[in-house]
Design a protein around this ligand. Sequence first.
Ligand code: SME
Length: 161
Amino acid sequence: MFDFAPTADADKITLYDDLLSAADALTAGEADAIANMANISALIWQFLPDLNWAGFYRMVVGELVLGPFQGKAACIRIPLGKGVCGAAAASGQTQLVEDVHAFPGHIACDAASASEIVVPVMREGRIAAVLDLDSPLPARFDEADRTGLELLIARIGSRLA
Ligand code: SME
């Protein structure tokens, strides 16, 4: 049994420190990327407040395909360049979207989503997957979230792809 828990009343930096330590411990020595994506989705869901979706899309033969996640059932395939996930995959850059309704081509899997952040997972210089978090709150994600999530992927990304 794993008993990871965020520090009570943690600020964002402490929260991401706790999340990184838990994610590192949970994936260390495990080579199965799908199992690791499943556990990282669950950890993010447990640690970060105000989310309505947290999970992965994997790059499979030129398009993004739904991977392990927490939240409501979601669209299965996203072409490169489409939506927030496709933009992250096409550019290799994190997409931080304060208002999804203002993002051209946003794909609404859950009508409750108001803001979103998508972080690319690179493997040998190529996009291998994206980490996608959605929130029902407008502007839920900020630069501290971008930094925390990019550090998380930098630390354990090689175990996810
Ligand atoms: N909103 C995403 C689609 C995936 S769901 O949010 C789970 C997008 O625009 O790419």
